[in-house]
Design a binder for this molecule. Structure first.
Ligand SMILES: [Zn+2]
Ligand SMILES: [Zn+2]
Length: 825
């Protein structure tokens, strides 16, 4: 008997599949399409187990759908721009381009070792000009449609490195490289107007039935729609007023102070030439060094300062002090809040700290509240109190009444607000898509004409780690000719956020090699949308939201026919070892290469799919891997033992002769049913695999029966069923055996088997026999047995006889196909 030589088998078939381009796919209008996609990787250079899991899940779905007769698109590519390449350039003096290309080659080799069914002809690499040309073109479409604009906004700035830092380069307020305190610097930066699509992004979540509820909730919260009112608070002794947005107009009578973001443009004006000026400026400087999270996290102490001025509550004309505080930010809402300490936790903390009045305006218990007893703000609904003419109303009803009052009295208006902000896409980095814009002294902002795209990344760049952006060191790049007037112009030296690159790659796959268009509309409308998208839940917000935004914009400007990119979404769990995520620093990394060289890719794939349902975290287990390896060996040996019975018996009519035949035939058909349903309906690959394992066990059992009973045709059917059902999981081994047993075409061209309903009807059923209601025996009887016969069988049963012997039978209750109860005295 030959041994299961996974290495030779896997090499052989990977080569053969590639030579025969078996995974290449083209549009075919006569066939129903299926588009399965895994989130494309960043080319870090090393494949990790999380990748293996992600791609194995996608591969099983792709192979399964292909066997079901679909025209399956299953592409892969590289999310290849980004900071690590640039850091490697600074540290090791390697050009980011070379670093990235080497990594792509290395990871591609590793991916191919897994036997994944990708159409490599559609590979996209976001850092190559043939891709980023179209990212630039799309930027210009956004620009021409009023969806890209420039605005001053702060970046992290390291004063000693003299460079802009990404958020991930700032650790506890300090520069990751030199440990200096990081400050903020205002730069002119590009934004995409995603807020224009806030409502559509929210509304269309409703139609995404194939998305996990938790992801939809995260997106919903991120968009953060709220209803409320914009109210004008006049400033005392001034002609100025503060615009305040509130979602709780029912609490306006409880406002006891105002808080402005320290950056609010009015702050300087209000404190100018007052005794508070110096103190306030000091405070603002201190806050400038902090990130948004550090200012607003719930465990950060509320910190603020009275600025010496008052506002007037428009509803009761009360005078209320104005503060500035860390927890109010300029870029959400208007940068000013009305503080209601009785009903808002943050305001409550602040009021307690600075001894400000607390006035409850909603009474949930319907009894007088003693303010001095209050330990925390309360948010329960209740009756209005301390609110003038609105007293006694339900606070929910009061919202509308107070908003109406405000509108009638011209004190403000009702509003809808979103938490979602516009998307800042400028990065002061080299390794990204250049923004195709020039600045001309005469003409201002001028977009690069389409026929001058791509704006190529220059190579004469110095990676000193200093300056606003490495691109500013390239004279050839910086200086440009104005496309409008022909005069001298300066090129934009910022590049785009890499999330831009990944917001449309799934569309490029539908026509990846098109040099004339971003993609052909017919082709993209054939393939889109993605039927099944698979990736980590860490992308639940930004990547998925940006991709949805891009798709909607592209739909609205006529580039694509779909409004949503991903019909179904599967968020796979993490791969853990010893209860923790695999990471270098924890020293608990198992590399895919190690497993593949020891056991082969089929074992690696099988284990990772067998160990847990895909959306759950998976605990790595060496014994589990060995178990998967042993199982594949068992499949190998089963056919090796029986080699002589195969002479290509495909599509034979099998005669079911004995009880053993009936049993095995039942298991064959039941396994087909279970595996199909487990893959199709739930992606429960683990239970699908264990069903195949049971069929393997049954087949071993059947193999040992008496030779005169041994039904070769049925045995062949059992084994072929095992191979076909297992082929999406362990594609190499099953392909090898498939040819070994006499087939001359690929197992991956086989049709997915269907099951025979008739074989699933068990001829025998189990009947419980009770004596005086107590279960005394279980028997197997024909399912067609009559009531009389069943009664007789029960009474004549040997064991039952011992219970009823010598007693008087009062009654026999017979429930067909279930039980017989004999009542005796
Ligand atoms: Zn620094
Ligand atoms: Zn010009």
């Amino acid at each position: 008997m030959t041994k299961y030589n996974f290495e030779a088998i896997e090499n052989k078939w990977q080569k053969k599949w590639e030579e025969d381009s078996v995974f290449k796919v083209i549009e075919n209008k006569d066939k129903e399409k299926y588009y399965v996609l895994e989130m494309f990787p960043y080319p870090s250079g090393k494949l990790h187990m999380g990748h293996v899991r992600n791609y194995s899940i996608g591969d099983v779905i792709a192979r399964f759908k292909t066997m079901q007769g679909y025209n399956v698109l299953h592409p892969i590519g590289w999310d290849a721009f980004g900071l690590p390449a640039e850091n490697a350039a600074i540290k090791n003096n390697i050009h980011p381009n070379n670093w990235t290309k080497d990594n792509v080659l290395e990871m591609k080799r590793q991916l191919k070792e897994l036997g994944l069914s990708y159409d490599w002809d559609r590979e996209v690499t976001t850092c190559l000009p043939d891709y980023y040309k179209w990212t630039q073109w799309l930027f210009l479409q956004f620009y021409h449609n009023g969806l890209a604009y420039k605005k001053k906004s702060p970046v992290n700035w390291c004063p000693s490195c003299e460079t802009v830092l990404a958020n991930e380069q700032v650790v506890n307020d300090r520069c990751e490289r030199c440990d200096s305190l990081v400050s903020k610097k205002n730069l002119d930066q590009w934004y995409f107007k995603i807020t224009d699509y806030a409502e559509k992004l929210l509304e269309d979540l409703e139609d995404l039935d194939g998305w996990p509820e938790k992801v939809k909730i995260m997106q919903k919260n991120w968009i953060g729609k709220s209803y409320g009112a914009e109210i004008e608070f006049k400033i005392k002794d001034s002609d100025k007023a503060l615009e305040v947005f509130t979602t709780r107009p029912d609490t306006v009578f409880g406002v006891t102070f105002m808080v402005l973001a320290p950056e609010h443009p009015l702050v300087n004006e209000l404190v100018k030439d007052t005794e508070h000026e110096n103190e306030v400026n000091e405070f603002i400087k201190k806050l400038e060094r902090l990130s948004e999270v550090e200012r607003t996290a719930s465990n950060v102490e509320k910190d603020g300062m009275f600025i010496g001025r008052y506002a007037i509550n428009p509803l009761n004309n009360k005078r209320i002090p104005i503060y500035i505080a860390n927890y109010v930010l300029m870029d959400y809402g208007t940068g000013a809040i009305m503080a209601v300490p009785a009903h808002d936790e943050r305001d409550f903390e602040f009021a307690k700290k600075y001894h400000i009045d607390i006035i409850p305006v909603i009474d949930p218990e319907n009894n007088d509240i003693d303010v001095n007893d209050l330990k925390e703000a309360f948010s329960q609904p209740g009756k209005m109190i301390n609110s003038g003419e609105f007293n006694g109303l339900d606070n929910k009803d009061a919202i509308k009444k107070i908003v109406d009052y405000i509108e009638n009295e011209n004190l403000g208006k009702s509003t809808i607000n979103y938490r979602l902000r516009d998307w800042l896409i400028s990065r002061q980095r080299y390794w990204g898509t250049p923004i195709p814009i020039v600045y001309c002294d005469k003409c201002g902002i001028v977009p690069t004409p389409d026929d001058e795209l791509p704006v190529l990344l220059p190579t004469d760049v110095v990676f000193s780690g200093k300056g606003e952006s490495p691109l500013t060191t390239s004279e050839s790049f910086k200086n440009a000719k104005c496309p409008k007037c022909g005069g001298h112009a300066k090129r934009e030296t910022d590049t785009m956020d890499t999330f831009v690159d990944s917001s449309w790659y799934f569309l490029r796959y539908t026509d990846a090699n098109n040099e004339d268009e971003v993609f052909n509309k017919d082709k993209s409308s054939y393939w889109m949308n993605v039927n099944q998208y698979i990736g980590g839940v860490e992308h639940a917000i930004l990547h998925l939201l940006y991709s949805r935004f891009f798709t909607k914009v592209m739909h609205d400007i006529g580039l694509t026919t779909v409004k949503e990119p991903f019909k179904n979404l599967l968020t796979q769990g993490m791969v853990l070892k010893d209860g923790a995520k695999m990471s270098k620093s924890k020293g608990n990394v198992v590399s895919p290469e190690e497993i593949i060289s020891k056991y082969g890719a089929d074992t690696a794939r099988l284990f990772i799919l067998f160990a847990a349902p895909p959306e759950r975290d998976l605990e790595w287990s060496d014994t589990g891997v060995e178990g998967s390896y042993r199982f594949l060996n068992r499949v190998w040996r089963l056919t090796e033992d029986l080699k002589n019975i195969f002479y290509n018996k495909g599509n034979i009519n099998i005669e079911i002769k004995s009880g053993e035949d009936k049993e095995l035939n039942y298991v064959i058909n039941n396994t087909i049913k279970r595996v199909t349903e487990d893959i199709e309906e739930r992606f429960n690959f683990n239970t699908a695999i264990s069903a195949v394992m049971e069929l393997v066990n049954e087949s071993y059992k059947y193999k040992e029966i008496d030779s005169e009973k041994f039904n070769e045709d049925l045995m062949v059917k059992a084994i072929e069923t095992i191979l076909v059902l297992l082929s999406p999981f362990a594609p190499h081994l099953t392909e090898e055996i498939w040819y070994e047993i006499g087939h001359n075409s690929s197992i991956h061209d086989e049709k997915w088997p269907s099951y025979d309903d008739k074989a699933l009807v068990k001829e025998e059923i189990e009947i419980v026999i009770q004596v005086n209601g107590k279960v005394r025996e279980k028997i197997e009887v024909s399912k067609d047995i009559t009531k009389d016969q069943l009664e007789k069988v029960a009474l004549n049963n040997e064991k039952i006889q011992s219970y009823i012997d010598g007693k008087n039978i009062v009654k026999v209750i017979c429930v067909p196909s279930k039980l017989v109860n004999i009542v005796v005295k």
